[in-house]
Ligand binder design. Sequence first.
Ligand SMILES: NC(=O)c1ccc[n+]([C@@H]2O[C@H](COP(=O)([O-])OP(=O)(O)OC[C@H]3O[C@@H](n4cnc5c(N)ncnc54)[C@H](O)[C@@H]3O)[C@@H](O)[C@H]2O)c1
Length: 256
Amino acid sequence: MTGRLKDRVALVIGGARGIGGAIADRFTSAGAKIALADVEEEAGEARASALDGIFVRTDISRPEDAEGAVAATVTYYGRIDILVQNAGIYPWTLIENISPEEWDQVFAVNMRGTFLAARAALPHMKAQRYGRMVFTSSITGPHVTSPGHGHYSATKAGINGFIRAAALEFAGYGITVNGVEPGNILTEGMKAHRSETFIRHMAESIPLGRLGTPEDVANAFLFLASDEAAYITGTTIVVDGGQLLPEGNDFRINPE
Ligand SMILES: NC(=O)c1ccc[n+]([C@@H]2O[C@H](COP(=O)([O-])OP(=O)(O)OC[C@H]3O[C@@H](n4cnc5c(N)ncnc54)[C@H](O)[C@@H]3O)[C@@H](O)[C@H]2O)c1
């Protein structure tokens, strides 16, 4: 196999569909060997077998599952070079209606899951003196937000802080830690949890004129997971079609 990730072993958590599915596809086409971890067994198994990889049923909010996904990867392939923690949930609920249980669930998957994944992969990457960790953040939280995203925004801003802390702690072992901040990406999750009106209005607010595709985001993951990004750590790449740029709503110019 040739490619930018030739023979690298990558564990993609939350890789059954959506952005994570595209990351697994892109990594494989760049030469990586793939382990997929996800709560969705059927879709995960199907994608893993199409990519000639392995599937590990994993609820990343559970420490034993995080350890299990990394252990299965190392047992099967003998190492783990790349860790992607992409699993995330984004229920739409106004702050006044968020129950403490829902708050904890969003934190358990999005933030605790990111910490647990990093903690599980660290000893192996440390021993190899090599590792690439790439986490899915968002523009929502670190830069912008909208109503209904209180818990979600807090987790994604928190992930960026964790990326910086982990990058600093792991740098001495040859491990880089970075993140990708997608804008609005048309995935199964987005279609299920956001209305058509939300999606249409969102497209109108994006200078490049469309929502992103999972492949748009996967390309940034590929770069950060590759050796081309060897000197980059503790940072994030925004993939948003220019959505963060306008000072106000009236940003379109008429070329005619
Ligand atoms: N779609 C967007 O516009 C967008 C924008 C910014 C950030 N993100 C982030 O990108 C990531 C993927 O989003 P998506 O839109 O592809 O979502 P999605 O719902 O389409 O896919 C998410 C995947 O994660 C899995 N998952 C959920 N909970 C899990 C758990 N506890 N353990 C393991 N796997 C679990 C799901 O089964 C699914 O396969 C999330 O972290 C999300 O917050 C998405």
